[in-house]
Structures are given as structure tokens and as C-alpha cells.
Design a protein. Structure first.
Length: 342
């Protein structure tokens, strides 16, 4: 066979394999876009586990009519422009792949109105070569993206979708994780027209803790140790469960790096090590932890779904997390022993 450049749609579908694994990954990408757009309120409506419909509405900055088509093309992003930006990423997105990928494997409608644009416009993408049609629409300031019939044109992928219930539970988990990342934003999640989650924007630590209780359960927050420690450019804060509240599964392990949700081995290892002698070896600690450091100290461009990061000083970060958690657990233990002795 001779060498050919792939048609745009096929290229996007291949890229979609990395970004769009299931409905929950679509939800994650779109909600992250809403957050990058500065939204303070995000509504997520799901039908049939997301296979039929995923609709995300926000009150963010919107997309101008002239840029609707561009937003849907590959490698189109407003978030970085050069290598310097890439080396210190503050936004959640930057690859300019999500909308192109999603619209190549679904029927996508995007309606948007920036504050300074008189009326709203809607773009619809589906069909050969990523053709986009644009028409006038009604919409308040902000953006609504509707993704219908996910994987309708990639039957092999569609076959891998699980039951409605399973797919929805993945979406629910994405929303829980994001709700813990942004206390200042309100989130609503509905499934088949029924309200499932509603998190109000929180404005102080007490309200943050209340949201943690909503997401992780009252039992967690009422028995958690509060963490807040800064040291040479690193800041770790959040909540970790007392050892006796360990879990049989790793279902309450939430860690964030500069506001980005993570499943990072190095962080998890540091935390686990702090609990090592305190919980059974097959148990899992419960925690909600936030690590903040200079954007330049961490590379987020490691994984297409951005679940992993690379720290420039990995060992140092690991040991910091370990020692902060270790100290908190040990001093709690000492307090407990003292109160027994008294
Ligand atoms: P990325 O997030 O990596 O930039 P995306 O494909 O997810 O790439 O989005 C492309 C562009 O579309 C974004 O850079 C942004 O300018 C615009 N965009 C997407 N979603 C929204 C939204 N909800 N509100 C405002 N702009 C958006
Ligand atoms: Mg994005």
C-alpha cells in the first residue's frame, strides 16, 4: 500500500481512542472545558448512562460565533500558544483534542453565547470530514454541549459499553472527583430526568468540609484528620481518615495536584506508607488531599487523559507527602494514648 495522509475524520477517530474511552471520559473532558471557561455553575444531564445523551451546560465565557467551527477541529485550543506555556500549564485542557475527538464518534451540538455577543449560535458536527454547520440559537451567556449517540459510527467501540447503570456510576464518580476539585463551583447531575447530585458552591472551609461529607460520607468527614502543611514550595492540605476507618477498597482515595484530579502512583505510595503499620496490608486508607506546587515543577503532558503527572523532584514530593501524613497520624495516635492514660 502506498503512503497516504488519513482523512480528518479517521485521524480524529483514532485520537478519540485515547481520550474517549466511555461516556464518563466525555463528561470529564466537557466539564473540564467548562471549568477552564471560568464557569461557576455546571449542569450535567445524562440519558441512558450517557450512551444516548450527555448534555453539559455552563455559565462560562462562551465561544464566539467565528470560533465555533475552529473549536471543533483538532489541535485547536485557546489555552496554550507556545512551548513556554506548555511547560507551565495552569488550565485543565491544552491538547485541543477533546471536542474534535468526541465529535468524530458522536453527534455533537454546541450552543454558545459569550457575554459581549448579542445572540447565541449553534454548531452541529457529524458526518464525513467533520463538516460543521452553524445556525442561530437561543441560549443564555455560556455554553451547552450535547453529545448524542456516542460511538454510533464506531460499532466496535459501542459494543464495549457496559450497562446503563455501570456507565452512569462511572459518570457519577467523575462528578464526585471534580466536585472535590472545585468547591467554588456548583454542580448538578441528573440521570434520565432525575436529580442525582447537587453540590452548592462553597465559600469557606466549613462549607468545603460539608461538600466532602456529601461526596465521601458523613462518617469520613466526622472522623478525618485535617491536613495543612507548607514546606519549601510544597503545600499539602485536605483530610485523611483515622486508621480505624480504613476501607476494603480504594474507593475513597482522592488526590489532586494543582487542582487536577490524579491517580498517581507516587502520591498514593507516599500516603500508603504513612499508614503502613496502622492498617491491614489489604486495607486502603481514605483521603482527600490537595498538593499544590509551582506549575513548572510538574509535567502534566504525560498521558492523553492526564491522569498521571511527572514531578521534577519526585522523591522530594513523595517524602513530603509521607512525612506530613505520618506526623498527623502519629500525633493523633499519641493524643489517643494520652487520653486513655489520663
Ligand atoms: P482544549 O481544552 O485542550 O483546549 P478542547 O477540544 O477540549 O481542547 O476545546 C477546544 C477549545 O474550545 C478550547 O480551547 C476552548 O477555547 C473552547 N471551548 C471548549 N469548551 C468550552 C466551553 N464550555 N466554554 C468556552 N470555551 C470552550
Ligand atoms: Mg478540553
Amino acid at each position: 500500500m502506498s503512503i497516504q495522509i488519513l482523512p480528518a475524520r479517521l485521524a480524529n477517530q483514532i485520537a478519540a481512542g485515547e481520550v474517549v474511552e466511555r461516556p464518563a471520559s466525555v463528561v470529564k473532558e466537557l466539564v473540564e472545558n467548562s471549568l477552564d471557561a471560568g464557569a461557576s455553575k455546571i449542569v450535567v444531564d445524562i440519558e441512558k448512562g450517557g450512551a444516548k445523551r450527555i448534555r453539559i451546560s455552563d455559565n462560562g465565557c462562551g465561544i464566539r460565533k467565528e470560533e465555533l467551527t475552529l473549536a471543533l477541529s483538532r489541535h485547536a485550543t485557546s489555552k496554550i500558544k507556545d512551548l513556554t506555556d506548555l511547560e507551565a500549564i495552569a488550565s485543565l485542557g491544552f491538547r485541543g483534542e477533546a471536542l474534535a475527538s468526541i465529535s468524530s464518534v458522536a453527534r455533537l451540538t454546541m450552543t454558545s453565547k459569550p457575554e459581549n455577543q448579542e445572540s447565541a449560535w449553534q454548531a452541529y458536527a457529524q458526518g464525513r470530514d467533520m463538516e460543521v454547520t452553524i445556525q442561530p440559537a437561543a441560549h443564555p451567556n455560556g455554553t451547552t454541549i450535547e453529545v448524542n449517540d456516542l460511538f454510533f459510527n464506531t460499532p466496535a467501540r459501542r459494543k464495549f459499553l457496559r450497562t446503563e447503570k455501570t456507565e452512569f456510576s462511572h459518570i457519577d464518580e467523575v462528578i464526585r472527583r471534580i466536585a472535590l476539585a472545585r468547591f467554588d463551583v456548583s454542580f448538578v447531575l441528573t440521570h434520565n430526568g432525575k436529580m442525582i447530585r447537587s453540590y452548592r458552591a462553597a465559600a469557606n472551609m466549613d462549607q468545603n468540609a460539608k461538600r466532602v461529607g456529601q461526596v465521601c460520607g458523613q462518617k469520613f468527614i466526622e472522623n478525618a484528620l485535617t491536613i495543612d502543611c507548607q514546606h519549601e514550595g510544597l503545600h499539602l492540605w485536605g483530610w485523611i481518615a483515622k486508621p480505624e476507618f480504613y476501607r476494603a477498597q480504594n474507593d475513597l482515595c482522592y488526590s489532586y495536584v494543582n487542582g487536577r484530579m490524579m491517580r498517581d502512583k507516587l502520591i498514593n505510595h507516599g500516603i500508603r506508607q504513612a499508614y503502613a503499620e496502622l492498617i491491614p496490608s489489604d486495607g486502603y486508607p481514605a483521603f482527600v488531599l490537595y498538593l499544590e506546587l509551582d506549575h513548572k515543577e510538574v509535567d502534566v503532558n504525560v498521558h492523553p487523559a492526564k491522569h498521571e503527572v511527572r514531578f521534577h523532584q519526585g522523591r522530594y514530593v513523595h517524602d513530603f507527602i509521607y512525612s506530613v501524613c505520618h506526623q498527623a497520624l502519629q500525633s493523633d495516635l499519641a493524643q489517643m494514648q494520652q487520653s486513655i492514660a489520663e
